[in-house]
Design a binder for this molecule. Sequence first.
Ligand SMILES: Nc1nc2c(c(=O)[nH]1)N[C@H]1C(S)=C(S)[C@@H](COP(=O)(O)O)O[C@H]1N2
Ligand SMILES: [Mo]
Length: 334
Amino acid sequence: MLINKPSDIKSSEITPESVYRQRRLFMKSVAAGVAMLASPSLLAIPDYSKPNDRHYPGPDWLQQMIRQGSDERVFATDEPMTPYEDVIGHNNFYEFGIGKRDPLEHAQDFRTDPWKVEISGEVNKPGHYTLEDILKPHTLEERIYRLRCVEAWSMVIPWIGFSLGDLLKRFEPTGNARYVEFVTLHDPEQMPGQRTSFSTIKWPYVEGLRMDEAMHPLTIMAVGVYGDALPPQNGAPLRLVVPWKYGFKSIKSIVAIRFHEQMPDTSWNLAAPNEYGFYANVNPQVDHPRWSQATERRLPSPFFNPNRIDTQLFNGYAEEVASLYQGMDLRQWF
Ligand SMILES: Nc1nc2c(c(=O)[nH]1)N[C@H]1C(S)=C(S)[C@@H](COP(=O)(O)O)O[C@H]1N2
Ligand SMILES: [Mo]
């Protein structure tokens, strides 16, 4: 973007936070508008209003990074964004309970600072990295993506994050790295869901991607949502977002990234192999054994007005990602 960069940003130092926030969002919309004229494939600007009653600033340095992030918004949908209340109040995060409101109610005291991530396996630069080490070389940007849960509800979410591929390259994967595995924190003291003996998930929660999926430009590491740091219920301080796959692939509160030659285990595949495959690509033609995947309830979805819409192949991102699966039988590799 050619317009509105450094001189405007300085105003954040003298402008109250709320005014500044609106100002920055406005500037980003302008930037996107300019891009739209240049490229007809870019989408219209969805509205963005977030109540300020809840605030998740994160550590000072992260707040700073969010403010200094790119002014360009990346739109991967033109649908209206899901209200903030639903994005932070209707979550799956089994470590904090299996109910959709459990994460909001039970994750607020979750400690996400300081935070470390272990990098291991088929890489030249393994090690323990602080969250700051992980984030500092990257420029944060806002990406507006659909999220389609396997349970057939969906949202449109303005994430703040950066390219996962750019991050992974820094650790120099070896030629043997064909898959990448992600691991969530295991801390039963803080995570009540990990203390129950009848859990469907074997802890810690693990997920995986094929290397080309991980390197795809749509795949991001998210550190924020709706202009703020991530709330704990959304996977603070670091969570994956893979918009063409069911939500369960987007693992939260990541403490380890491991590079492998062989396909790693994933939590939901271990729990119910006939229901959840490794790929988990959104596919309206391949039903879950217990329910249809042809439609979804776009939140908010009140009982008498469920707001049901058709689910799209690869969650609407087929043009970008279908080539990754050329020649594969998507019924077999679900
Ligand atoms: N560690 C962990 N990550 C997780 C889950 C979980 O239970 N534990 N749930 C997944 C599921 S099923 C979904 S739909 C998304 C929900 O993300 P959101 O709460 O930010 O919408 O998180 C995914 N990541
Ligand atoms: Mo999900």
